[in-house]
Design a protein around this ligand. Sequence first.
Ligand SMILES: [Zn+2]
Length: 308
Amino acid sequence: MTTDTLILYIVSPAYSGSTLLAALLATHPAIGTIGERGHFHRKMVARPVIGSPFCSCGRRFDECDFWLAVSQQVQAAVSPAGYRRPFSTFRLYPSLPRRLNRYVEKLCLRHALQHTSQQLPWPVRGRYRQAAQANAALIQAVLQVSGKSVFLDASKSEMDAVLLNDLPGFRVMVLHLIRDGRAQVYSTLRHHQDRDAAQASRQWAGRIRAQQRLLGLAGLPLLRVGYEALCADPAGTMASIFTFAGLPADQGSLAFRQPHLHIMGNPMRLSHDSEIIDRQAWRTSLTAEQLATFTQIAGDLNSSLGYR
Ligand SMILES: [Zn+2]
């Protein structure tokens, strides 16, 4: 048996219900989470310029005891320069153009897949190590402050999952959260008025394929979770996830609006509607033309995921 700390990582495209899934899984007594760990830097170090400054407990992040305790522990474990950099998204060169950061990210990813980061060229190696240390410290701090043993990360990025699996002393198991592509196209069109159905369909298919490709390469233990199945049978779906993670399957609960949770993610976490409903608005709201466009671009992929 490995003694490495388990990170249960939710990989998913946007609008897949990852915040709901994280809130449900966090009812398990062994699981500690902050929702989307990737936002830690933006919320606590850079401070919210974009997005909500509020924790799910109702306090501001910079006034929440939990967040303050966690950030103190991380700051004690890493250098000031390492803490100031956006380590929670592994963005190693924040002052350089995004294109260069993409290149560095790919380089790091390639080494993380093989666990050969000590062979990264200097100075990338040093920055990568600092970011890794800061993320390890963050995860350990969350587990210690909350008194839990398994870290749940709802950051959604498949690249992040691979990079975290390269942290010494940690191992990643992936929950690949999938939702009917037509529902996701509908969500994208609602949130981004400047996109059309073809763009939204290509975007969704591109995300799913990229996730499948990298997760396949990484060979991480993986459980596919359907959003629709989660809504139809939350208790059963949670039990199968806990079993997958090697946890007692009967210890979660559907009472997921716990005031003592300190989660960041989408605004759903702050609402008080505790019903779990798959509204399926796309069925009545997408036009026949939009549905035909989706089928042409991504119908095969959607079918391969079990959506007819
Ligand atoms: Zn809080």
